[in-house]
Design a protein around this ligand. Structure first.
Ligand code: KG4
Ligand code: ZN
Length: 333
């Protein structure tokens, strides 16, 4: 079963061919970072226009990298939500048109579920039930995954998403967009590692909060004897990774699941990866960094679990938003 998957929910135009929901035969990602660097964040209209430009070349490349022709495909999948509406529409309608032209079923996929399913693209298959920590630029969610398509949300951020906090703090420190990788690189150069920034534990709840930490960074940069940026970056990264890893590990043990799954762009963070593995007594699954940040292979992996939700590409739009019953918050929005 070969699925061509398309992802265009934010600022990455991506396509991939995935075999049996487990093997990425190709994964092509065209980043728009350069287009959003000047504004220090994604301008939705700019993102949508870039998707229009990049989409067909990226799809062609995904097919050729996988040495796959149109006749070798069994279905086409695309992210249906959540994400930037203008960006989603470009990828979804392209998938719809391609599926219609080729007479293939169309599988709408929830972006968050896609992130979680990136964990099925590795050698070992995660056991279920599992606890999933999805940490990206737009989301910070702690999800109890009973089986594919069956999720219960235990908690999430009350303010900024973890990746958003990385991006905003990076900006405060004069680093580029997206902020995670340069902030992490700067943190590695810190000479003194003693600065301690506050952690919002929100005890008794599975929620998170990063706005206080962000303010603490601002105050640290403005202090008369402000520490070097590298030391602030180090302390910030420690604080985020500390809270995320400990709360996820505790929740996993409390819920009696068989594994902890990390996913989303922030799961590419070395500090978080190491702390999660160190603190959780259960098997911990984390996709390789390239499958943590937005990509289409994860969408193909999730789509394989929702073959029963495949639609006729000529169906009216409403059909897609209700099709993947198991999805989390599926829908164009
Ligand atoms: O999953 P993703 O590619 O897109 C969304 O669905 O939002 O996540 C992007 C986010 C950005 O905020 C970026 O700064 C962050 O993930 N990120 C990182 C790292 N790589 C990407 N944050 C911390 N450390 C990293 N190495
Ligand atoms: Zn994402």
């Amino acid at each position: 079963m070969r699925i061509l998957a398309i992802e265009s929910s934010c600022d990455e135009t991506a396509a991939a061919v995935v075999a049996d929901g487990r093997r990425a035969l190709s994964s092509v990602v065209a980043s728009q970072d350069a287009h959003h660097a000047a504004t220090g964040g994604v301008v939705p209209e700019v993102a949508a226009r870039q998707h229009l430009r990049a989409l067909l070349p990226v799809v062609r490349r995904a097919l050729s990298d996988a040495e796959c022709g149109w006749d070798d495909l069994d279905a086409i999948a695309a992210t249906a939500g959540p994400g930037l509406p203008g960006a989603l529409v470009v990828g979804f309608n392209a998938a719809r048109g391609l599926a219609y032209a080729r007479g293939l079923p169309l599988i709408p996929v929830d972006h968050i579920e896609g992130h979680v399913c990136a964990n099925w693209l590795g050698e070992a298959e995660p056991p279920l039930p599992a606890l999933a920590l999805v940490v990206s630029g737009g989301h910070t969610e702690l999800l109890l995954m009973a089986e594919h398509g069956r999720f219960r949300r235990l908690g999430g951020t009350r303010d900024d998403a973890a990746g958003e906090a990385f991006d905003k703090v990076a900006r405060l420190l004069g680093l580029g967009y997206p902020g995670g990788p340069p902030l992490s690189a700067l943190a590695r150069t810190a000479q003194r590692r003693t600065l301690r920034l506050p952690r919002a534990w929100l005890r008794g709840s599975d929620d998170f909060s990063f706005s206080g930490l962000k303010t603490a960074v601002l105050h640290a940069t403005q202090a008369p004897n402000a520490p070097p940026a590298a030391e602030i970056a180090w302390a910030f990264e420690q604080a985020v990774a500390d809270v995320l890893s400990l709360k996820a590990a505790r929740a996993a043990e409390r819920e009696g699941v068989s594994a902890l799954l990390l996913a989303g762009g922030v799961a590419a963070n070395g500090c978080l990866r190491a702390l999660a593995r160190e603190r959780c007594a259960l098997p911990v699954f984390i996709p390789p960094p390239a499958l943590c940040t937005d990509n289409a292979a994860m969408i193909g992996a999730a789509a394989f679990r929702h073959l029963d939700a495949a639609c006729d590409p000529a169906a009216p739009l409403e059909v897609y938003s209700t099709a993947a019953r198991g999805g989390l918050r599926l829908g164009m929005r």
